[in-house]
Design a protein around this ligand. Sequence first.
Ligand code: AMP
Ligand code: MG
Length: 331
Amino acid sequence: MGITPQAMLADHRDEIERAAAHLRAGRLVAIPTETVYGLAADASNARAVAEVFQIKARPHFDPLIVHIADRVMIPKLVTDFPPLAETLTRRFWPGPLTLVLPRIPDAVPDIVTAGLDTVALRMPDHPLTLAVLQRTGRPLAAPSANRFGRISPTTAAHVRDELGDRIAMVLDGGPCRTGIESTVVSLAGDRPTLLRPGGTPVEAIEAIIGPLADPEVSAGTAAPASPGMLERHYAPGTPLQLMSHPPTSPPRVEGRLGLLMPQPCRDVDVSVYSQVELLSASGDLTEAATNLFAAMRRLDEAGLTLIIAITAPQSGLGIAINDRLRRAAMR
Ligand code: AMP
Ligand code: MG
């Protein structure tokens, strides 16, 4: 797609320097990644990280992902980087895979990890953010740059609308390519465990390291907790109802209905809906994931009474799409 990473870096040289200077001074910068825009702070600065929690209104028990640009950072953060971690990161970094690993006690302040004895690590795949990380010279703690529980931002404009006046800078790196948060896998327990489906398909990980344990199934065993996996999340303000296919007779509600379809559905009477968002006309679930959050925002801004969302097939990025839709539907 158009512009090369080199050209992008050349175009943004001053902004990269400014972003790094803000971060080193303990200020917050919204950074582009391939997943969603992040609200970044120097992970070694407890006061800066506390401000991330405050601006997002994020509960303090919900730990942040620590972002790195260089593998030399790894031994400064974790006590053990097992062969499985080596294998997975050689294949998927930089990219939408986060690994939870045992942490070195004082490597980052407790507020970053919610006091857990593990830390979540990721190397994001965006040339501007990799350059900012390199120029800052420190790992960055960054959750999505939205208020807690709301829809994650996939463009710089989304961030400016929601947080723009409260942070030092929004670094505009264009729309996010993957558009859905990273897959989170814990390697800190007895067995590799899937904590959150996301931008790296579960099947691609399992093809390399075998089946991942499911935290709900292994709960009560030595499965590592993932405190942030709150049920309701990624939610539009408008009520959202999840269905496996469009209803033949839509629910009788006063007002206007919206329809969100990951892929085309047969036998839908679209005339019933005031607004229809089709995430991928060709039924490509990767494309659908990329478009999910922006479509949810458009539906939320359309003054609808109810959004009907249709589940994706439960494979590839469809698993992550369904996870986000399920959380958005909770009240
Ligand atoms: P995000 O909300 O995208 O910033 O993702 C952060 C999520 O990663 C948290 O809500 C947790 O579910 C998970 N996470 C981060 N750090 C840890 C950790 N040390 N142990 C388990 N899960 C973690
Ligand atoms: Mg988030």
